[in-house]
Design a protein around this ligand. Sequence first.
Ligand SMILES: [Zn+2]
Length: 130
Amino acid sequence: MEPNSREVRKCNLCHRRIFFALTKNGQWQALDAEAEPALGSVAAYRRGIRLWWCRSLLAADADEYPPHPLERRFTPHAQTCPGWKPQQQEITGIVVESSPRALPQRQQAAIEGRPSNVVPLQRRRSGSAT
Ligand SMILES: [Zn+2]
């Protein structure tokens, strides 16, 4: 079963054919419209009129539930879209800190080329307990 012409639309970024399927968490996931019987990492099936459900085949419990004969394997469009930008975008208007250290933090972020609202993790080494 393939998505029909009413379910397929074009990606806003690359204009390739995609369709949307609902995950068990209630999120819409964009999938490539052409099935990938061997390599697709998402199993999807039509649940109703213009409604597809999908689940990841990379999840921890995927081995317990192999693809059902009614499910088809698809690829998430985020994997194949050339216009997709997976890195975190800067959120304008968010101030990380209001303390006197905020200005060096922002300056350091600009020097390192990361958005100012992304704070690098600084962990104490496990062997250096005081
Ligand atoms: Zn795209």
